[in-house]
Design a protein around this ligand. Structure first.
Ligand code: SF4
Length: 418
């Protein structure tokens, strides 16, 4: 065993996991397992600790290193775990030097002040083991302070990757055979605010698509609807290579809850944003992050969120029962009982399932362009999963005739070339 990377949480961690692999190998680290942790919920952190204990049992001699947001926010907890050899914060995890120090057992922990980080380190990632689409970091950190969120304390201030570095990375991935790139970060709609001139996410994407004409599919990770710039809206209307799939950081559908979350949007903002995007790009499909059982949320407030799912047509839902993160303002607010949070989360998931079933049924009889994620399943431009039967090329984009749908998956067959 040389160096094994275990990523948790977001797509940004998946991207960074490849950089960590390169840097750790460059530093000559051997027989090591690196946990790129997440701390967004208590459950995420429990899974990290559980995986560490299992790894220690299965690999008694391995060097175990914990990095990522969990290590940055709770370094003492990980230092206190007997299974853990080293702890590394987010500020330094993309450098080679810490892994060299760990290889020589010179340091137990390197956790620096993430709030003083101003740069995004540029790295060229060659590819993603076993993944058909590539993730490219365009931004890191966050300047907002939503009352439930611990991420800014793990990731630091918002900072953008330069256009030149993004273009170089995307070109390298397209040359490596990737047909789809997902732009990722923490708050990507905040892109460019720290760069000279008037860069925006949409402005950057327009330049990127012009400079890499051979890139077939560009997808966005989670966005903040009220921060979307006019160039992005323009691209949605005119650019077929920008995928008609937007994942929105909605969190709730009740204005009082949104106010107490310190979100920058209202219920009406989400409704009008989605209506505007549907006018520009009628085949668009929305996903959304939603929190159930935020402190002080009443049944009536929750029902405003539940109703929003159907009103706007939010299809791919990521539903989280509220999880108190110590150090956040919401953790000090009057809490909703855990059982109620769970029950509301399951109602939201059920509403999402109904949206998915209705959307999938509407796709039968259409022809879709599908990116194969392995030899028998892939996803459409709207991110709908498609079962294709075996023997297809992973990473290929195929014209597919959609023949059937069940509540969670489409079935299709390749369109024969005329
Ligand atoms: S925008 Fe809010 S929810 Fe998103 S990372 Fe920043 S603080 Fe957290």
């Amino acid at each position: 065993m040389s160096v094994e990377i275990i990523n948790f949480g977001c797509r940004l961690n998946t991207y960074e996991g490849e950089v960590i692999r390169d840097q750790a190998q460059k530093a000559g680290l051997q027989d090591a397992i690196i946990f790129n942790s997440c701390t967004v919920t208590a459950e995420a952190e429990r899974q990290v600790r559980q995986a560490i204990r299992r790894a220690r049992r299965e690999h008694p001699a391995a060097k175990i290193i914990v990095t990522g947001c969990g290590a940055q926010v709770h370094p003492e907890e990980y230092k206190g775990m007997e299974e853990v050899d080293h702890v590394l914060g987010n500020a330094d995890k993309l450098k080679a030097s810490p892994y060299l120090a760990f290889a020589r057992d010179e340091e137990k922990a390197i956790v620096n002040d993430i709030h003083s980080v101003r740069e995004t380190a540029s790295h060229l990632v060659a590819g993603f083991e076993g993944i058909a689409r590539a993730f490219v970091q365009v931004q890191n950190g966050c300047d907002h302070r939503c009352t439930f969120c611990i991420i800014p304390f793990g990731r630091g201030p918002s900072r953008s990757v330069t256009l030149a570095d993004i273009v170089a990375q995307v070109r390298a991935l397209v040359e490596a055979g990737y047909n789809e790139v997902v732009l990722t970060g923490v708050d990507i709609t905040d892109y460019g605010k720290d760069l000279p001139g008037t860069s925006t996410l949409g402005g950057m994407m327009k330049r990127l698509l012009a400079l890499v004409p051979e890139l077939p599919r560009l997808r966005l990770s989670s966005i903040d609807a009220v921060e979307v710039d006019s160039d992005t809206m323009d691209l949605l209307a005119t650019e077929p290579r920008l995928m008609p799939h937007l994942h929105l950081s909605v969190q709730a559908g009740d204005d009082m809850v949104l106010k107490r979350m310190k979100r920058r949007h209202s219920r009406a903002d989400i409704i009008s944003f989605c209506a505007q995007v549907r006018r520009l790009r009628p085949d668009v499909v929305f996903g959304a992050d939603l929190i159930a059982g935020f402190p002080t949320e009443s049944e009536a407030m929750f029902e405003n969120t539940l109703r929003l799912v159907g009103e706007v047509g939010l299809t791919w839902l990521h539903v989280f029962p509220y999880s108190a993160r110590s150090g956040t303002p919401a953790a000090r607010m009057p809490q909703v009982p855990k059982a109620v949070r769970k029950e509301r989360a399951s109602r939201l998931r059920e509403a999402g399932k109904q949206q998915v079933a209705a959307y999938l049924a509407s796709q039968v009889g259409t022809v879709q362009r599908v990116l194969m994620e392995n030899e028998h399943t892939g996803r459409t431009e709207q991110y709908a999963p498609v079962e294709m039967g075996h023997g297809h090329q992973t990473g290929a984009v195929m014209e597919v005739s959609i023949t059937a749908a069940n509540t969670s998956m489409l079935s299709g067959m390749p369109v024969m070339a005329k």
